[in-house]
Design a protein around this ligand. Structure first.
Ligand SMILES: *Cc1c(COP(=O)(O)O)cnc(C)c1O
Length: 263
C-alpha cells in the first residue's frame, strides 16, 4: 500500500459530494430516486485515512477485491469505529455520527479456498462466477448454519479475460443457485469492457439489465432478487441509466492508484 496520497480529506469530501450528485442526477434521469442507487466505495487503492474520512461522512458501504486487504481493513475500521463509539459518538462539532456499522462488499474474484476468511467479514459477495464457487459457499453456509448473500457475476461482453457466467447460461445457473438453501441470490453483477466507446459500454449494461429482468421474471431468487450491480468510475452514469441500483466507485472518490502499487 502506498502511504502518500495526493487526495486528502478535503478532496475526498468534495469528490464524495460531486459523485453523489452525479449519481442522484442519473437516478432521476432514469425515473428513480437518488436513494434507490447504492454507492459501494471501492477502497482497494485508498489509504486508511481516506476510508475514515468517508465513514466520518456517514458512508456505510465499502468494497474490496482482495481477501487479505479486505480482512485487514475491516478489522482496522472496526477498531476505529469502536474507539469513536466509546467517545460517546459525540465529538464536538462533528456533523455526522459515525455509522453503527459498515457493510463490506467482496467485489473481486473469490477463490474457493478463501471462502471461510471472507464470509464472516462481508455482507454481500458480488463475484460468484461459477457453480463450483456457489457450491463451496453453500457448503460453508451449511457448516456454519447461515445464509450467505451473493450476486452472480455474468460475463455479458464475452471477453475471455473476464470472470463470470456466460449470459446464455445465466438463467440456468441462477436456477441451480436458487436451490441452495444456504445461499440467498440477491441479483447479478457485471463489468463493462475497458473501452472509450460509450455505445459499447451502454450495450453491455443494457444486455446485463435484460439478463437481470429475465431472471426476475422467472421469479428465481424470489423477492430477494433485487440487485443489479454494475458501473464504476468511468461508466456509472451509463450503468444507472440502464438500470443499475448498485455501483462500485473507486478512483472517482479516492484518486488514481499509485503506479507503484500492484493493485
Ligand atoms: C476496482 C474495481 C471497481 C472500481 O473501479 P474504479 O474504476 O476505481 O471506480 C469496481 N468493481 C470492481 C470489481 C473492481 O475491481
Amino acid at each position: 500500500m502506498s502511504t502518500e496520497h495526493l487526495v486528502g480529506p478535503a478532496e475526498v469530501r468534495q469528490s464524495y459530494q460531486r459523485v453523489s450528485e452525479r449519481v442522484a442526477n442519473a437516478a432521476i434521469r432514469s425515473g428513480r430516486r437518488p436513494e434507490d442507487v447504492l454507492m459501494v466505495a471501492v477502497t482497494k487503492n485508498a489509504s486508511p485515512d481516506q476510508i475514515r474520512t468517508l465513514v466520518d461522512l456517514g458512508h456505510t458501504d465499502l468494497g474490496e477485491n482482495r481477501v487479505q486487504q479486505l480482512t485487514q481493513r475491516a478489522a482496522q475500521l472496526e477498531e476505529y469505529l469502536s474507539r469513536r463509539r466509546s467517545l460517546g459518538n459525540a465529538v464536538e462539532g462533528e456533523a455526522h455520527p459515525v455509522p453503527e456499522r459498515v457493510r463490506w462488499h467482496m467485489i473481486g474474484h473469490l477463490q474457493r479456498n478463501k471462502v471461510k476468511q471472507v464470509v464472516p467479514v462481508v455482507d454481500l459477495i458480488h463475484g460468484v462466477d461459477s457453480l463450483r464457487l456457489a457450491e463451496e459457499l453453500h457448503a460453508f453456509g451449511a457448516r456454519t448454519d447461515q445464509v450467505i448473500d451473493i450476486l452472480m457475476q455474468v460475463n455479458v461482453s464475452g471477453e475471455v479475460s473476464k470472470h463470470g457466467v456466460a449470459a446464455p447460461a445465466a438463467i440456468h445457473v441462477a436456477e441451480q443457485i436458487d436451490t441452495m438453501m444456504h445461499l440467498r441470490l440477491r441479483g447479478i453483477m457485471c463489468m463493462a469492457p475497458f473501452t472509450e466507446n460509450s455505445d459499447e459500454t451502454r450495450s453491455v449494461f443494457s444486455r446485463a439489465a435484460s439478463v437481470y429482468h429475465d431472471i426476475r421474471s422467472e421469479r428465481i431468487g424470489g423477492n430477494d432478487f433485487t440487485v443489479l450491480s454494475m458501473g464504476m468510475s468511468n461508466d456509472f452514469e451509463i450503468a444507472i441509466e440502464e438500470g443499475a441500483n448498485v455501483i462500485r466507485i473507486g478512483r472517482a472518490l479516492f484518486g488514481e492508484a499509485d503506479p507503484n502499487d500492484d493493485n
